[in-house]
Design a protein. Structure first.
Length: 551
Protein backbone atom coordinates (compact mmCIF):
# COMPACT_ATOMS: atom_id res chain seq x y z
CA UNK A 1 0.00 0.00 0.00
CA UNK A 2 1.18 3.49 -0.84
CA UNK A 3 2.37 5.35 2.24
CA UNK A 4 0.73 8.63 3.08
CA UNK A 5 3.03 11.65 2.60
CA UNK A 6 4.08 13.76 5.58
CA UNK A 7 1.84 16.54 4.26
CA UNK A 8 0.10 17.49 1.06
CA UNK A 9 -0.34 21.00 -0.28
CA UNK A 10 -0.51 22.15 -3.90
CA UNK A 11 -2.17 25.50 -3.50
CA UNK A 12 0.54 27.76 -4.90
CA UNK A 13 2.52 28.04 -8.11
CA UNK A 14 5.80 27.11 -6.44
CA UNK A 15 4.60 23.73 -5.21
CA UNK A 16 7.33 21.05 -5.19
CA UNK A 17 8.03 19.50 -8.61
CA UNK A 18 4.91 21.24 -9.92
CA UNK A 19 2.81 18.51 -8.31
CA UNK A 20 2.59 19.04 -4.53
CA UNK A 21 4.64 19.65 -1.39
CA UNK A 22 4.81 16.36 0.49
CA UNK A 23 7.78 16.61 2.87
CA UNK A 24 7.81 20.33 3.67
CA UNK A 25 6.62 23.35 1.76
CA UNK A 26 8.83 25.13 -0.73
CA UNK A 27 7.45 28.19 1.10
CA UNK A 28 8.87 26.85 4.39
CA UNK A 29 5.60 25.42 5.71
CA UNK A 30 6.27 22.36 7.89
CA UNK A 31 4.08 19.23 8.02
CA UNK A 32 2.87 20.08 11.53
CA UNK A 33 1.70 23.47 10.24
CA UNK A 34 0.13 22.00 7.11
CA UNK A 35 -1.74 19.37 9.15
CA UNK A 36 -3.10 22.05 11.48
CA UNK A 37 -4.28 24.07 8.50
CA UNK A 38 -6.10 21.02 7.14
CA UNK A 39 -7.88 20.48 10.46
CA UNK A 40 -8.72 24.17 10.69
CA UNK A 41 -10.24 24.21 7.21
CA UNK A 42 -12.17 21.01 7.89
CA UNK A 43 -13.71 22.40 11.07
CA UNK A 44 -14.38 25.67 9.27
CA UNK A 45 -16.31 23.83 6.59
CA UNK A 46 -18.52 22.53 9.43
CA UNK A 47 -19.05 26.13 10.59
CA UNK A 48 -19.89 27.19 7.03
CA UNK A 49 -22.43 24.38 6.58
CA UNK A 50 -24.17 25.37 9.81
CA UNK A 51 -24.07 29.11 9.16
CA UNK A 52 -25.41 28.62 5.64
CA UNK A 53 -28.31 26.66 7.10
CA UNK A 54 -28.93 29.32 9.75
CA UNK A 55 -28.85 31.99 7.03
CA UNK A 56 -31.76 30.21 5.31
CA UNK A 57 -33.66 30.77 8.56
CA UNK A 58 -32.55 34.39 8.80
CA UNK A 59 -30.33 33.56 11.77
CA UNK A 60 -26.73 33.47 10.53
CA UNK A 61 -23.97 34.53 12.89
CA UNK A 62 -21.58 37.38 12.08
CA UNK A 63 -19.07 35.90 14.48
CA UNK A 64 -19.14 32.71 12.41
CA UNK A 65 -18.70 34.72 9.19
CA UNK A 66 -15.59 36.26 10.70
CA UNK A 67 -14.28 32.91 11.88
CA UNK A 68 -14.75 31.50 8.38
CA UNK A 69 -12.96 34.32 6.55
CA UNK A 70 -10.12 34.47 9.07
CA UNK A 71 -9.53 30.72 8.91
CA UNK A 72 -9.43 30.82 5.12
CA UNK A 73 -7.18 33.89 5.08
CA UNK A 74 -4.68 32.55 7.60
CA UNK A 75 -4.14 29.40 5.50
CA UNK A 76 -3.28 31.41 2.39
CA UNK A 77 0.31 30.97 1.17
CA UNK A 78 2.89 32.90 3.24
CA UNK A 79 0.53 34.20 5.90
CA UNK A 80 0.88 32.03 9.00
CA UNK A 81 3.83 29.86 9.97
CA UNK A 82 3.01 29.72 13.70
CA UNK A 83 1.59 26.49 15.15
CA UNK A 84 0.59 28.24 18.38
CA UNK A 85 -1.39 30.78 16.42
CA UNK A 86 -3.04 28.07 14.33
CA UNK A 87 -3.97 26.16 17.48
CA UNK A 88 -5.85 29.29 18.57
CA UNK A 89 -7.64 29.42 15.20
CA UNK A 90 -8.58 25.72 15.52
CA UNK A 91 -9.97 26.16 19.04
CA UNK A 92 -11.99 29.15 17.85
CA UNK A 93 -13.42 27.13 14.93
CA UNK A 94 -14.63 24.31 17.18
CA UNK A 95 -16.02 26.76 19.69
CA UNK A 96 -17.97 28.68 17.03
CA UNK A 97 -19.19 25.39 15.61
CA UNK A 98 -20.54 24.38 19.03
CA UNK A 99 -22.25 27.74 19.38
CA UNK A 100 -23.94 27.33 16.00
CA UNK A 101 -25.10 23.83 16.91
CA UNK A 102 -26.59 25.22 20.11
CA UNK A 103 -28.31 27.96 18.09
CA UNK A 104 -29.77 25.37 15.73
CA UNK A 105 -31.07 23.38 18.71
CA UNK A 106 -32.58 26.53 20.19
CA UNK A 107 -34.39 27.30 16.93
CA UNK A 108 -35.48 23.70 16.41
CA UNK A 109 -33.38 23.34 13.22
CA UNK A 110 -32.07 19.83 12.53
CA UNK A 111 -28.27 19.81 12.32
CA UNK A 112 -27.06 18.40 8.97
CA UNK A 113 -25.56 14.95 8.96
CA UNK A 114 -22.06 15.86 7.75
CA UNK A 115 -18.77 14.66 9.28
CA UNK A 116 -17.41 18.24 9.12
CA UNK A 117 -20.28 19.26 11.40
CA UNK A 118 -20.11 16.23 13.69
CA UNK A 119 -16.35 16.19 14.33
CA UNK A 120 -15.30 17.12 17.85
CA UNK A 121 -11.53 17.53 18.20
CA UNK A 122 -8.75 19.81 19.35
CA UNK A 123 -5.50 21.08 17.78
CA UNK A 124 -3.56 18.11 19.17
CA UNK A 125 -5.64 15.75 17.00
CA UNK A 126 -4.47 17.19 13.70
CA UNK A 127 -2.10 14.33 12.86
CA UNK A 128 -4.50 11.52 13.67
CA UNK A 129 -7.19 13.18 11.55
CA UNK A 130 -5.05 13.99 8.50
CA UNK A 131 -6.56 11.16 6.46
CA UNK A 132 -9.99 12.71 6.90
CA UNK A 133 -9.10 16.40 6.82
CA UNK A 134 -6.28 16.50 4.24
CA UNK A 135 -6.50 17.50 0.59
CA UNK A 136 -5.98 13.84 -0.45
CA UNK A 137 -9.10 12.76 1.45
CA UNK A 138 -10.97 13.36 -1.82
CA UNK A 139 -9.86 10.31 -3.82
CA UNK A 140 -10.91 11.49 -7.30
CA UNK A 141 -8.15 13.77 -8.70
CA UNK A 142 -10.57 15.82 -10.85
CA UNK A 143 -13.00 16.42 -8.01
CA UNK A 144 -10.11 17.08 -5.66
CA UNK A 145 -8.67 19.67 -8.07
CA UNK A 146 -12.00 21.42 -8.57
CA UNK A 147 -12.82 21.36 -4.85
CA UNK A 148 -9.47 22.88 -4.06
CA UNK A 149 -9.83 25.43 -6.87
CA UNK A 150 -13.09 26.56 -5.25
CA UNK A 151 -11.51 26.60 -1.78
CA UNK A 152 -8.49 28.60 -3.01
CA UNK A 153 -10.87 31.08 -4.61
CA UNK A 154 -12.71 31.27 -1.29
CA UNK A 155 -9.39 32.01 0.45
CA UNK A 156 -8.71 34.95 -1.86
CA UNK A 157 -12.25 36.30 -1.49
CA UNK A 158 -12.04 35.87 2.28
CA UNK A 159 -8.84 37.91 2.42
CA UNK A 160 -10.52 40.76 0.55
CA UNK A 161 -13.62 40.50 2.74
CA UNK A 162 -11.40 40.78 5.85
CA UNK A 163 -9.67 43.94 4.60
CA UNK A 164 -13.09 45.44 3.84
CA UNK A 165 -14.44 44.40 7.25
CA UNK A 166 -11.49 46.11 8.93
CA UNK A 167 -12.82 49.31 7.37
CA UNK A 168 -16.33 48.43 8.63
CA UNK A 169 -17.56 47.53 5.14
CA UNK A 170 -19.38 44.23 5.28
CA UNK A 171 -21.81 42.52 2.97
CA UNK A 172 -23.71 39.45 4.07
CA UNK A 173 -23.89 38.34 0.45
CA UNK A 174 -20.10 37.99 0.22
CA UNK A 175 -20.03 35.80 3.33
CA UNK A 176 -22.94 33.79 1.92
CA UNK A 177 -21.01 33.03 -1.29
CA UNK A 178 -17.97 31.84 0.63
CA UNK A 179 -19.94 29.68 3.05
CA UNK A 180 -22.08 28.14 0.32
CA UNK A 181 -18.96 27.21 -1.60
CA UNK A 182 -17.46 25.56 1.49
CA UNK A 183 -20.71 23.67 1.96
CA UNK A 184 -20.72 22.48 -1.66
CA UNK A 185 -17.13 21.23 -1.62
CA UNK A 186 -17.92 19.20 1.50
CA UNK A 187 -20.46 17.10 -0.41
CA UNK A 188 -19.18 13.63 -1.24
CA UNK A 189 -21.90 13.13 -3.87
CA UNK A 190 -21.10 16.31 -5.84
CA UNK A 191 -20.47 15.80 -9.56
CA UNK A 192 -17.74 17.36 -11.71
CA UNK A 193 -20.39 19.48 -13.46
CA UNK A 194 -21.71 20.75 -10.17
CA UNK A 195 -18.18 21.51 -9.05
CA UNK A 196 -17.53 23.54 -12.19
CA UNK A 197 -20.63 25.58 -11.39
CA UNK A 198 -19.41 26.00 -7.81
CA UNK A 199 -16.07 27.29 -9.08
CA UNK A 200 -17.76 29.93 -11.25
CA UNK A 201 -20.14 30.77 -8.44
CA UNK A 202 -17.07 31.51 -6.32
CA UNK A 203 -15.87 33.73 -9.18
CA UNK A 204 -19.12 35.68 -8.94
CA UNK A 205 -18.60 36.01 -5.19
CA UNK A 206 -15.06 37.17 -5.91
CA UNK A 207 -16.31 40.04 -8.09
CA UNK A 208 -18.55 41.08 -5.20
CA UNK A 209 -15.75 40.80 -2.65
CA UNK A 210 -13.42 42.92 -4.79
CA UNK A 211 -16.17 45.49 -5.40
CA UNK A 212 -16.79 45.65 -1.65
CA UNK A 213 -13.12 46.20 -0.89
CA UNK A 214 -12.94 48.83 -3.63
CA UNK A 215 -15.87 50.67 -2.00
CA UNK A 216 -14.18 50.37 1.39
CA UNK A 217 -10.77 51.62 0.23
CA UNK A 218 -12.06 54.44 -1.99
CA UNK A 219 -14.93 55.34 0.36
CA UNK A 220 -12.49 55.83 3.18
CA UNK A 221 -9.36 57.10 1.44
CA UNK A 222 -10.56 58.64 -1.84
CA UNK A 223 -10.00 57.52 -5.41
CA UNK A 224 -6.41 56.61 -6.29
CA UNK A 225 -4.84 59.29 -8.47
CA UNK A 226 -1.74 59.49 -10.66
CA UNK A 227 1.16 59.60 -8.22
CA UNK A 228 4.93 59.62 -8.47
CA UNK A 229 6.44 57.45 -5.75
CA UNK A 230 9.99 57.87 -4.52
CA UNK A 231 11.88 54.55 -4.38
CA UNK A 232 14.87 55.98 -2.50
CA UNK A 233 15.26 56.67 1.23
CA UNK A 234 15.22 59.56 3.72
CA UNK A 235 17.43 60.28 6.72
CA UNK A 236 15.19 59.14 9.61
CA UNK A 237 14.77 55.60 10.91
CA UNK A 238 11.86 53.84 9.27
CA UNK A 239 9.04 51.34 9.57
CA UNK A 240 8.31 49.32 6.47
CA UNK A 241 4.67 48.27 6.14
CA UNK A 242 3.82 45.33 3.90
CA UNK A 243 0.64 43.53 2.84
CA UNK A 244 -2.74 44.77 1.67
CA UNK A 245 -4.55 46.34 4.65
CA UNK A 246 -5.07 50.09 4.27
CA UNK A 247 -6.72 50.45 7.67
CA UNK A 248 -3.50 49.24 9.28
CA UNK A 249 -1.56 51.73 7.15
CA UNK A 250 -3.77 54.57 8.38
CA UNK A 251 -3.31 53.61 12.02
CA UNK A 252 0.46 53.33 11.65
CA UNK A 253 0.68 56.74 9.93
CA UNK A 254 -1.46 58.34 12.63
CA UNK A 255 0.57 56.90 15.48
CA UNK A 256 3.94 57.82 13.97
CA UNK A 257 3.08 61.53 13.63
CA UNK A 258 5.84 63.61 15.23
CA UNK A 259 7.89 60.59 16.35
CA UNK A 260 10.80 61.11 13.97
CA UNK A 261 10.09 57.75 12.35
CA UNK A 262 9.23 57.57 8.65
CA UNK A 263 6.81 55.05 7.20
CA UNK A 264 7.67 53.29 3.92
CA UNK A 265 5.51 50.96 1.88
CA UNK A 266 6.60 47.52 0.71
CA UNK A 267 5.39 45.24 -2.11
CA UNK A 268 1.56 45.16 -2.16
CA UNK A 269 1.32 48.22 0.13
CA UNK A 270 2.83 50.43 -2.62
CA UNK A 271 -0.66 51.39 -3.88
CA UNK A 272 -1.32 52.99 -0.47
CA UNK A 273 0.76 55.81 -1.94
CA UNK A 274 -1.88 56.49 -4.61
CA UNK A 275 -4.73 57.40 -2.23
CA UNK A 276 -5.25 61.12 -1.61
CA UNK A 277 -5.98 60.61 2.09
CA UNK A 278 -2.48 59.42 2.94
CA UNK A 279 -0.70 62.27 1.22
CA UNK A 280 -1.21 64.58 4.19
CA UNK A 281 1.33 62.72 6.31
CA UNK A 282 4.75 64.37 5.90
CA UNK A 283 6.50 61.31 7.34
CA UNK A 284 4.94 59.01 4.72
CA UNK A 285 8.10 58.23 2.75
CA UNK A 286 8.32 56.23 -0.49
CA UNK A 287 8.27 52.59 -1.44
CA UNK A 288 11.20 50.40 -0.40
CA UNK A 289 12.19 47.27 -2.26
CA UNK A 290 10.35 45.01 -4.61
CA UNK A 291 8.01 42.02 -4.57
CA UNK A 292 7.64 39.83 -1.47
CA UNK A 293 10.19 37.15 -2.36
CA UNK A 294 13.11 39.56 -2.26
CA UNK A 295 12.47 40.52 1.38
CA UNK A 296 15.16 38.28 2.90
CA UNK A 297 17.86 40.30 1.16
CA UNK A 298 16.22 43.71 0.95
CA UNK A 299 15.05 43.87 4.59
CA UNK A 300 18.63 43.47 5.82
CA UNK A 301 19.39 46.88 4.34
CA UNK A 302 16.30 48.62 5.66
CA UNK A 303 17.58 48.55 9.25
CA UNK A 304 14.26 49.55 10.85
CA UNK A 305 11.10 47.67 11.81
CA UNK A 306 8.64 45.75 9.64
CA UNK A 307 4.87 45.49 9.93
CA UNK A 308 3.05 42.70 8.06
CA UNK A 309 -0.65 43.28 7.58
CA UNK A 310 -1.25 40.22 5.35
CA UNK A 311 0.68 37.79 3.16
CA UNK A 312 3.47 37.52 1.98
CA UNK A 313 5.88 36.92 4.85
CA UNK A 314 8.93 34.72 4.21
CA UNK A 315 10.49 32.54 6.96
CA UNK A 316 14.02 33.70 7.88
CA UNK A 317 17.28 32.08 6.85
CA UNK A 318 19.81 31.07 9.51
CA UNK A 319 21.70 34.28 8.72
CA UNK A 320 18.68 36.63 8.88
CA UNK A 321 19.23 39.39 11.43
CA UNK A 322 15.95 41.32 11.40
CA UNK A 323 13.33 38.73 12.54
CA UNK A 324 13.09 40.25 16.01
CA UNK A 325 12.12 43.58 14.41
CA UNK A 326 9.17 42.05 12.53
CA UNK A 327 5.63 42.71 13.84
CA UNK A 328 2.66 40.77 12.51
CA UNK A 329 -1.03 41.69 12.58
CA UNK A 330 -4.33 39.92 12.04
CA UNK A 331 -4.04 36.48 10.43
CA UNK A 332 -0.27 36.79 9.90
CA UNK A 333 2.15 35.14 12.32
CA UNK A 334 5.59 33.58 12.33
CA UNK A 335 7.76 32.22 15.16
CA UNK A 336 10.37 34.74 16.30
CA UNK A 337 8.29 37.77 15.35
CA UNK A 338 6.01 39.86 17.57
CA UNK A 339 2.26 39.64 17.08
CA UNK A 340 0.19 42.73 17.84
CA UNK A 341 -3.40 41.86 18.72
CA UNK A 342 -6.16 44.25 17.77
CA UNK A 343 -8.39 45.53 20.58
CA UNK A 344 -12.14 44.91 20.61
CA UNK A 345 -12.69 47.78 18.14
CA UNK A 346 -10.04 46.47 15.76
CA UNK A 347 -7.38 49.07 16.63
CA UNK A 348 -3.68 48.24 16.87
CA UNK A 349 -1.28 49.87 19.29
CA UNK A 350 2.01 50.39 17.45
CA UNK A 351 3.90 52.07 20.33
CA UNK A 352 6.29 49.12 20.77
CA UNK A 353 7.19 49.10 17.05
CA UNK A 354 7.70 52.86 17.03
CA UNK A 355 9.93 52.83 20.13
CA UNK A 356 11.99 50.03 18.61
CA UNK A 357 12.26 51.79 15.26
CA UNK A 358 13.60 54.93 16.97
CA UNK A 359 16.64 52.93 18.08
CA UNK A 360 17.40 51.73 14.54
CA UNK A 361 19.69 53.18 11.89
CA UNK A 362 18.00 54.80 8.89
CA UNK A 363 17.43 52.64 5.82
CA UNK A 364 20.15 52.22 3.21
CA UNK A 365 18.94 53.07 -0.27
CA UNK A 366 18.87 50.11 -2.63
CA UNK A 367 17.35 52.09 -5.50
CA UNK A 368 16.87 55.69 -6.55
CA UNK A 369 14.27 57.45 -8.63
CA UNK A 370 10.51 57.38 -8.97
CA UNK A 371 7.80 55.11 -10.24
CA UNK A 372 4.34 56.20 -11.35
CA UNK A 373 1.04 54.57 -10.41
CA UNK A 374 -2.53 55.29 -9.40
CA UNK A 375 -4.37 54.20 -12.53
CA UNK A 376 -7.40 52.69 -10.82
CA UNK A 377 -10.82 52.85 -12.47
CA UNK A 378 -11.77 56.41 -11.50
CA UNK A 379 -8.51 57.87 -12.78
CA UNK A 380 -8.44 55.85 -16.00
CA UNK A 381 -12.09 56.49 -16.77
CA UNK A 382 -11.30 60.21 -16.45
CA UNK A 383 -8.61 59.63 -19.07
CA UNK A 384 -10.95 57.53 -21.24
CA UNK A 385 -11.65 60.12 -23.98
CA UNK A 386 -7.90 60.54 -24.48
CA UNK A 387 -7.31 56.78 -24.46
CA UNK A 388 -10.17 56.14 -26.90
CA UNK A 389 -8.77 58.83 -29.19
CA UNK A 390 -5.31 57.23 -29.07
CA UNK A 391 -6.81 53.87 -30.01
CA UNK A 392 -8.85 55.40 -32.83
CA UNK A 393 -5.78 57.16 -34.22
CA UNK A 394 -3.87 53.87 -34.12
CA UNK A 395 -1.43 55.11 -31.48
CA UNK A 396 -2.51 52.38 -29.06
CA UNK A 397 -2.93 48.98 -30.67
CA UNK A 398 -3.51 46.74 -27.69
CA UNK A 399 -3.94 46.70 -23.93
CA UNK A 400 -2.30 43.80 -22.16
CA UNK A 401 -3.55 42.92 -18.70
CA UNK A 402 -0.53 41.64 -16.80
CA UNK A 403 -2.01 41.47 -13.31
CA UNK A 404 -1.28 38.96 -10.54
CA UNK A 405 1.64 37.86 -8.45
CA UNK A 406 5.39 37.76 -8.58
CA UNK A 407 7.44 34.82 -7.31
CA UNK A 408 10.85 33.21 -7.07
CA UNK A 409 10.78 31.07 -10.20
CA UNK A 410 13.56 32.09 -12.60
CA UNK A 411 11.09 31.56 -15.49
CA UNK A 412 9.33 34.71 -14.30
CA UNK A 413 11.98 36.57 -16.21
CA UNK A 414 9.57 35.91 -19.03
CA UNK A 415 7.34 38.74 -17.78
CA UNK A 416 10.18 41.28 -17.87
CA UNK A 417 11.16 40.14 -21.33
CA UNK A 418 7.56 40.11 -22.52
CA UNK A 419 7.09 43.71 -21.31
CA UNK A 420 10.32 44.73 -23.04
CA UNK A 421 9.37 42.98 -26.26
CA UNK A 422 5.89 44.48 -26.48
CA UNK A 423 5.60 46.79 -29.50
CA UNK A 424 5.63 50.46 -28.53
CA UNK A 425 1.95 50.87 -29.33
CA UNK A 426 0.90 48.46 -26.56
CA UNK A 427 -0.04 49.44 -23.02
CA UNK A 428 0.23 47.21 -19.95
CA UNK A 429 -2.59 47.29 -17.40
CA UNK A 430 -1.36 45.86 -14.13
CA UNK A 431 -2.36 45.17 -10.54
CA UNK A 432 -0.80 43.04 -7.81
CA UNK A 433 2.85 42.38 -7.13
CA UNK A 434 3.42 40.98 -10.65
CA UNK A 435 4.19 44.58 -11.63
CA UNK A 436 7.63 44.50 -10.00
CA UNK A 437 8.86 42.52 -13.00
CA UNK A 438 8.49 45.57 -15.26
CA UNK A 439 7.41 48.70 -13.36
CA UNK A 440 10.93 50.08 -13.24
CA UNK A 441 11.70 49.56 -16.93
CA UNK A 442 12.00 52.66 -19.11
CA UNK A 443 8.96 51.78 -21.22
CA UNK A 444 8.00 55.40 -21.83
CA UNK A 445 4.56 56.75 -22.67
CA UNK A 446 2.20 57.23 -25.58
CA UNK A 447 1.39 60.94 -25.88
CA UNK A 448 1.57 61.28 -22.09
CA UNK A 449 -0.14 57.97 -21.22
CA UNK A 450 2.44 55.73 -19.49
CA UNK A 451 2.87 52.30 -21.06
CA UNK A 452 2.49 50.66 -17.65
CA UNK A 453 -0.74 51.66 -15.94
CA UNK A 454 -0.69 50.35 -12.37
CA UNK A 455 -4.19 50.13 -10.88
CA UNK A 456 -2.94 48.97 -7.46
CA UNK A 457 -3.10 45.77 -5.44
CA UNK A 458 -4.24 42.37 -6.74
CA UNK A 459 -7.77 43.16 -5.51
CA UNK A 460 -7.66 46.25 -7.73
CA UNK A 461 -7.94 43.85 -10.66
CA UNK A 462 -11.54 44.86 -10.07
CA UNK A 463 -10.48 48.27 -11.40
CA UNK A 464 -9.15 46.62 -14.54
CA UNK A 465 -12.56 45.02 -15.06
CA UNK A 466 -14.27 48.39 -14.54
CA UNK A 467 -11.86 49.94 -17.04
CA UNK A 468 -12.57 47.16 -19.55
CA UNK A 469 -16.34 47.71 -19.11
CA UNK A 470 -15.89 51.46 -19.69
CA UNK A 471 -13.84 50.80 -22.84
CA UNK A 472 -16.51 48.35 -24.03
CA UNK A 473 -19.10 51.12 -23.76
CA UNK A 474 -16.80 53.72 -25.31
CA UNK A 475 -16.12 51.51 -28.33
CA UNK A 476 -19.70 50.31 -28.53
CA UNK A 477 -18.73 46.62 -28.66
CA UNK A 478 -20.78 43.81 -27.21
CA UNK A 479 -18.29 42.10 -24.96
CA UNK A 480 -14.93 42.65 -23.28
CA UNK A 481 -13.67 39.91 -25.61
CA UNK A 482 -14.24 42.23 -28.59
CA UNK A 483 -11.85 44.88 -27.24
CA UNK A 484 -8.19 45.22 -28.23
CA UNK A 485 -7.44 43.69 -24.83
CA UNK A 486 -5.55 40.51 -23.95
CA UNK A 487 -4.83 38.81 -20.63
CA UNK A 488 -1.42 37.46 -19.67
CA UNK A 489 -1.70 36.90 -15.95
CA UNK A 490 0.98 35.69 -13.55
CA UNK A 491 -0.17 33.73 -10.53
CA UNK A 492 1.41 32.56 -7.31
CA UNK A 493 -1.05 32.38 -4.46
CA UNK A 494 -4.77 32.16 -3.88
CA UNK A 495 -5.62 35.83 -4.33
CA UNK A 496 -4.64 35.42 -7.96
CA UNK A 497 -6.92 32.38 -8.06
CA UNK A 498 -9.96 34.46 -7.10
CA UNK A 499 -8.97 37.10 -9.67
CA UNK A 500 -8.84 34.36 -12.32
CA UNK A 501 -12.20 32.90 -11.25
CA UNK A 502 -13.74 36.38 -11.27
CA UNK A 503 -12.55 36.91 -14.85
CA UNK A 504 -13.88 33.51 -15.91
CA UNK A 505 -17.22 34.26 -14.29
CA UNK A 506 -17.32 37.54 -16.26
CA UNK A 507 -16.86 35.52 -19.43
CA UNK A 508 -13.35 36.66 -20.30
CA UNK A 509 -11.86 34.35 -22.92
CA UNK A 510 -8.30 33.49 -23.94
CA UNK A 511 -6.63 34.20 -20.58
CA UNK A 512 -3.00 33.15 -20.49
CA UNK A 513 -1.76 32.23 -17.04
CA UNK A 514 1.73 31.31 -15.94
CA UNK A 515 4.58 30.86 -15.41
CA UNK A 516 3.15 27.33 -14.97
CA UNK A 517 -0.36 26.02 -14.78
CA UNK A 518 -1.71 25.11 -11.33
CA UNK A 519 -0.90 21.59 -10.11
CA UNK A 520 -4.59 21.19 -9.23
CA UNK A 521 -5.56 21.50 -12.91
CA UNK A 522 -5.70 17.84 -13.92
CA UNK A 523 -5.65 17.12 -17.68
CA UNK A 524 -9.45 16.76 -17.58
CA UNK A 525 -9.98 20.05 -15.72
CA UNK A 526 -7.66 21.81 -18.14
CA UNK A 527 -9.53 20.34 -21.10
CA UNK A 528 -12.83 21.72 -19.83
CA UNK A 529 -11.32 25.14 -19.10
CA UNK A 530 -9.82 25.18 -22.58
CA UNK A 531 -13.11 24.23 -24.20
CA UNK A 532 -15.15 26.74 -22.22
CA UNK A 533 -12.71 29.64 -21.88
CA UNK A 534 -9.80 28.90 -24.17
CA UNK A 535 -7.49 29.30 -21.19
CA UNK A 536 -3.81 28.77 -21.95
CA UNK A 537 -0.35 29.10 -20.52
CA UNK A 538 2.73 30.98 -21.63
CA UNK A 539 5.28 29.66 -24.09
CA UNK A 540 8.16 31.80 -25.37
CA UNK A 541 8.08 35.59 -25.47
CA UNK A 542 8.28 35.53 -29.28
CA UNK A 543 5.41 33.06 -29.66
CA UNK A 544 3.23 34.87 -27.19
CA UNK A 545 3.83 38.29 -28.73
CA UNK A 546 2.78 36.73 -32.04
CA UNK A 547 -0.24 35.02 -30.55
CA UNK A 548 -1.51 37.79 -28.27
CA UNK A 549 -0.43 40.94 -30.06
CA UNK A 550 0.18 40.32 -33.73
CA UNK A 551 -2.94 38.44 -34.62
FE1 LIG B 1 4.00 24.10 -1.10
FE2 LIG B 1 2.87 26.38 -1.93
FE3 LIG B 1 1.63 24.81 -0.19
FE4 LIG B 1 3.79 26.21 0.54
S1 LIG B 1 1.79 27.02 -0.08
S2 LIG B 1 3.35 24.08 1.06
S3 LIG B 1 5.02 26.06 -1.34
S4 LIG B 1 2.11 24.32 -2.31
FE1 LIG C 1 1.54 39.45 -4.10
FE2 LIG C 1 1.86 37.68 -2.13
FE3 LIG C 1 0.06 37.50 -4.91
FE4 LIG C 1 -1.57 40.58 -3.76
S1 LIG C 1 1.52 39.77 -1.95
S2 LIG C 1 -0.42 39.60 -5.17
S3 LIG C 1 2.03 37.26 -4.20
Amino acid sequence: METRPEMFCYQCQETAKGTGCTLRGVCGKLPETSGRMDLLLYATRGVAILNDLLREHGASSREADHQVIDALFTTITNANFSNDSLDGFIRRAFQVKDELKAKCAELGIAVPDAPEVALEAGPEDYKALEEVTGVLAEPDPDKRGLKQLAIYGAKGAAAYARHAANLKYEDDEVYAYIEKVLKEVSRTDITVDELLKTVLYMGEGGVKAMALLDSANTGRYGNPEITKVDIGTRINPGILISGHDLHDLEELLEQTIGTGVDVYTHSEMLPGQYYPYFKKYPHFAGNYGNAWWKQLDEFEKFNGCFVFTSNCIVPPRKTTTYTDRVYTLGVVDMPGTHHIEADAEGHHDFSEVIERAKTCAPPVAIEHGEIVGGFAHHQVIELAPKIVDLVKRGKIRKFVVMAGCDGRFPQRDYYTKFAEALPEDCVILTAGCAKYRYNKLPLGDIEGVPRVLDAGQCNDSYSLVRIAMALKDAFGVESINDLPLVFNIAWYEQKAVIVLLALLYLGVQNIHTGPTLPAFFTPDILKVLQEKFNIGTISTVENDIDLLINN
